[in-house]
Design a protein around this ligand. Structure first.
Ligand SMILES: C[S@@+](CC[C@H](N)C(=O)[O-])C[C@H]1O[C@@H](n2cnc3c(N)ncnc32)[C@H](O)[C@@H]1O
Length: 344
């Protein structure tokens, strides 16, 4: 959904410079027209993004599957994410000559709008109620500030840490109130998971810390006795065998290496702008926006809002929320659930 701000004056009958659509019909017609717009040539032909072929994307990719293969966007699978191509098209269309506009995504998920806004030279702000998704969006916005060499150094240190003998993850334990029907990790995988977390949770330079937490969060379910189908289900419930062991180091390091290559790519993308675009993520309910936004500061809103369906974002990210320490007890989870838009 895209809403363009017609002006920035307070007295224009708009709040935050955002014009309300005149009626549902207009919005519907506009969506239909956009849906039927032919793809421009540069969308159709193949070009390369960091070795990743440009895919069709946009409206033809209604399941937003292409993001799984694009640099930065591929970091975290997020059900009903967004099409980065669609977002880029909206900027071309609604901010054609504008440099360094302020783009808002009130439900930013894992940050597709924010990343694309920054790539377009704009500043961006996103609200996201789910702390794990907010971490993903923040890590992406911060990516261009990371030195790939420094990141590489930490990846090597993680590998050393995992190889070293010694008590596995002394100071890290299984989250006390995390419940699962069957043991979440297999008996041989769990000590490795705790050992990896011991390294990941050690305080270090913030954007790098975020990247490590995100790498862990994005692979942890694949290393467990659960899987996304797309809702979180135990492996036996969907006919898959349980996993006593899992390639913990390999999975995290592979993810981090992909991130390292994307970090270099993102830095390059933002190089040409006189000032590096800034992306800010507020891990908060959008209903609290008035505490964070000044009137008249937003030029364009682009979002893929929460759908009123059965996909339970909070419940499905319970493993990441507990194991990364965003929630510690069920009451904290409940609070997030009640603020989350959607119908379950
Ligand atoms: C369809 S997803 C957005 C996907 C996003 N465009 C992307 O590319 O990842 C909707 C998001 O809205 C978030 N959400 C739900 N209720 C919210 C609220 N009250 N305030 C802020 N975010 C909320 C959900 O956690 C979910 O990540």
């Amino acid at each position: 959904m895209t809403i363009r701000a017609p002006g920035k004056t307070r007295g224009s009958g708009t709040r935050y410079g955002i014009k309300k659509p005149d009626g549902g019909e207009d919005l519907k017609e506009e969506s239909q027209r956009l849906l039927l717009m032919p793809e421009s040539l540069d969308q159709t032909f193949l070009s390369h993004y960091n070795g990743v072929a440009k895919l069709s994307g946009g409206f033809s990719d209604c399941a937003f599957a292409d993001n799984k293969q694009r640099p930065i966007h591929r970091w975290v699978p997020w059900i009903a994410g967004f099409s980065s191509e669609f977002v880029r098209d909206t900027f071309k269309r609604y901010l054609p000559d504008k440099r360094a506009a302020m783009v808002l995504d009130p439900f930013c998920g894992v940050g597709t709008t924010l990343v694309e806004a920054m790539r377009g030279g704009h500043n961006a702000m996103g609200f996201e109620i789910n702390p794990y998704a907010a971490l993903a969006a923040r890590a992406k916005c911060e990516a261009a500030a990371i030195s790939p060499a420094q990141l590489n150094n930490y990846i090597l240190k993680l590998q050393e840490h995992m190889r070293a003998a010694g008590t596995e993850g002394d100071s890290v334990s299984v989250p006390a109130h995390f419940r699962s029907r069957i043991p979440f990790f297999g008996p041989r995988a769990q000590p490795k998971i705790l050992k990896a977390l011991h390294f990941i949770k050690r305080p270090r330079v913030e954007p790098i810390q975020d990247l490590f937490s995100l790498a862990f969060g994005s692979v942890m379910v694949g290393l467990s006795n659960y899987s996304y189908e797309p809702s979180l289900s135990s492996r036996p419930a969907v006919g898959k065998p349980t996993q006593d062991d899992a390639p913990v180091t390999e999975a995290i390091v592979t993810k981090l290496l992909a991130m390292r290559s994307d970090v270099a790519w993102f830095r390059e993308q933002l190089e040409g702008f006189p000032e590096r675009p800034v992306g800010r993520v507020l891990p908060d309910n959008f209903l609290n926006a008035l505490h964070h936004l000044d009137p008249g500061t937003v030029d364009l809103i682009v979002t893929s809002p929460p759908y009123l369906n059965n996909y339970h974002y909070i419940r499905n990210t319970r493993p990441q929320l507990f194991w990364l320490g965003f929630v510690h007890k069920p009451s904290e989870l409940k609070r997030l659930e009640t603020q989350n838009f959607g119908k379950y």
